[in-house]
Structure formats: C-alpha cells, structure tokens
Design a protein around this ligand. Structure first.
Ligand SMILES: O=C(O)CCC(=O)C(=O)O
Ligand SMILES: [Fe+2]
Length: 330
C-alpha cells in the first residue's frame, strides 16, 4: 500500500485554508490488532498526519467496526500517548472491565438503563458559533486539568445516516482569520478556570449534573494560565481557551479574583462577563471555517486537544441509534 494513495480529501466542508484538512486514511488493518508490515506503515502514516495536521480521520470500514473490540481502540490509542481515564465520568458509561473506554450516544442496556453518555444539542442549520444561542458547544476537552489531556480518539460503532456529526475547527492562530488587533488584545489575557466551576455551570442547563465533592474540589483547585499558548505538537500559537471550566478572562496585570468571588463562581456556575465577551467575539470567527465529520461505522477521528476545538451536533435520537467509543491520551 502506498501511504499517500491511502489518504483522501474529505467531502464535507473542509477548512478553507487547507483543503485537505483533515486528512482521511482509508485502512481497515489498524483496528484489527494486526502486526503486519501493512499495519505498521499505516500506523506510521496516521501518527505523522496527526502530528502534522492536528486532526486525522481513519476510515476502517463497517466490517472493521463489527469486529473491533474496545481493547483494539485502546491499543491504537497507545500509539498516540499514555491512555488515561476521564475523571468524573459515571461508571455506567465506561466499558465494563475496560474503563479507559467511555461510551457516548443513546444506546441502552437490556434492562433499559442508558449505557452511553447522551449529550443533547440544539438543532441548527450551521455549525458556526451563534453567540445568541450559545451553540454549538464548541470546546477543548478538560481544560481545567493540569496537564490537560493531549488528545482523544472517537470511534463510531453505530451512527445516524444524517446528523450527529462532530465539527472540528483549527485553533492555530496562523490558520485563523482573526484580525491582528483582536489577536493582540488577547495576548495579555489569562484564563481562570476550575473543575468545580465546570460542573456548576453544566448543572445550570442539566439539573442532574453532579457538583464536585469537597474531596474532588481539593484535588482540582482553580488554575490560571495564559489565554494564548503554544501547542506541544508543533510550537504554533493556539487559542486553547474554550471550555465550560473558564470562569473569567482577565488582563494579566489585573488583581486576581478575591476568595469570595472565586467561591461564588465555583459554586454557582455563573461566569464573569469577560467569558461571554471572549466567546462572542472570537468563536464565530474561529468556527467560520470548519469540518463536520459525518460518521460511518468503523470511523475513528483522532484530534489534538490543543490544536482544534470540536462540537457535537444534533441528531434525531428518537429515531436513530448512536454509539461512540472514546479514549483520551496524554
Ligand atoms: O459526540 C460527539 O460528537 C463529540 C463528543 C465530545 O465532545 C467528546 O467526545 O469530547
Ligand atoms: Fe469534547
């Protein structure tokens, strides 16, 4: 198999500035646990593409999806980094006996209990961020962790024929169409964020969302870091700053939040006005160019959590099944 022949350009809404973004590798062998030369060269190609492009699509095919086990996804994930478990995910949404694999979607166990984490999404006819609807929920995963997760693999076992795609947009400043003055105004800003604030913010829209225990709060104290950082993969400047854990975006010279303000944001989920200002000015520009991956069984998308933001999109969950397996690596 020639490596370049195995890659192709996606059909849907490519990132305008690089028309083959993200690259798509057509290869069934990577999910079979095979140790052949073909698998080795496909693995190398996949890793190289991920490093170069920040998002890569593996299209392994529906037969591969039928045969693949959660362990196959874990093995593939280990090629990218150390596989880790997401804190705070309910046990019922983790694969029994293989807790590194989280199940997303709307599928249920035989007794009717959900065995996948269901995310509700607003139905929209575009994926560019709408500041009025505050949707789609474009984000970086788990920004409140230090270090934050490096990337994720998301694999489709079953998906709707329409809808339920995952949208991706680059966060690299050199790829963005943000005006230079806007970028300059972000340079001296810092983010204040915490896991407790994240859960309290999610609880405002989903009342069943759990607040952190005192023990969890002690383990994940609030953190502050520059809004613009450099991606570990290629040293490019990135906007690694969109997550429900962000409670304030402050000039670096501003006095830090007072303990009572911090407590307020961490327990109520309310945000400093600066967060909405950041989202409403930057996100529509950043997500004006995006790629929506319409899933087929056997697809795996691997993304760099620093070099892109992503968002789930709506599907008719009454009509169609969606089952996705997910791993995270650092
Ligand atoms: O379900 C999706 O399309 C994306 C879910 C997501 O945000 C994630 O897995 O991090
Ligand atoms: Fe996510």
């Amino acid at each position: 198999m020639r490596r370049d022949a195995a890659f192709s350009t996606p059909r849907v809404r490519a990132h305008a500035s690089h028309s083959s973004w993200p690259p798509v590798l057509h290869s069934p062998v990577l999910l079979s646990g095979a140790n052949s030369l073909e698998a080795e060269s496909a693995r190398t190609a996949l890793l190289e593409s991920w490093r170069a492009k920040g998002v890569v699509v593996l299209r392994a095919g529906s037969d591969a999806a039928k045969r693949a086990t959660p362990n196959d996804l874990v093995s593939l994930s280990k090629e990218f980094g150390e596989v880790e478990m997401n804190p705070g995910v309910k046990k019922q949404f983790l694969w029994p006996g293989i807790p590194q694999v989280q199940v997303l979607g709307n599928v249920r166990r035989e007794d009717g209990e959900p065995r996948a984490l269901f995310q509700s999404c607003q139905r929209l006819d575009h994926v560019k961020y709408d500041p009025i609807k505050r949707a789609p929920v474009w984000h970086t995963d788990q920004l409140f962790r230090n270090p934050q997760p490096r990337g994720s693999l998301l694999m489709c076992i079953a998906g709707p024929p329409v809808g339920g795609g995952t949208a991706f947009a680059s966060t690299e400043l050199s790829e963005s169409n943000l005006p230079p003055e806007l970028i300059d105004s972000l340079r001296d800003k810092v983010l204040v964020m915490s896991y407790a604030h994240h859960n309290a913010a999610c609880k405002r829209s989903t009342p069943s969302y759990p607040l952190l225990t005192a023990e969890q709060r002690a383990k994940y104290p609030p953190i502050t870091r520059p809004l613009i950082t450099r991606a570990q993969a290629n040293g490019e400047e990135v906007l690694n700053c969109f997550n429900s854990s962000v409670m304030a975006v402050l000039p670096s010279t501003a006095p830090p939040l007072q303990p009572d303000e911090m407590e307020h944001y961490e327990t109520t989920g309310e945000k400093h006005d600066s967060v909405e200002e950041l989202c409403s000015t930057v996100l529509p520009l950043l997500t004006a160019q995006s790629y929506v991956h319409q899933w087929e069984p056997g697809d795996v998308v691997i993304w760099d959590n620093e070099r892109c933001v992503h968002a789930a999109t709506w599907y008719d969950s009454e009509k169609y099944a969606r089952e996705m397996w997910r791993t995270t690596f650092r």
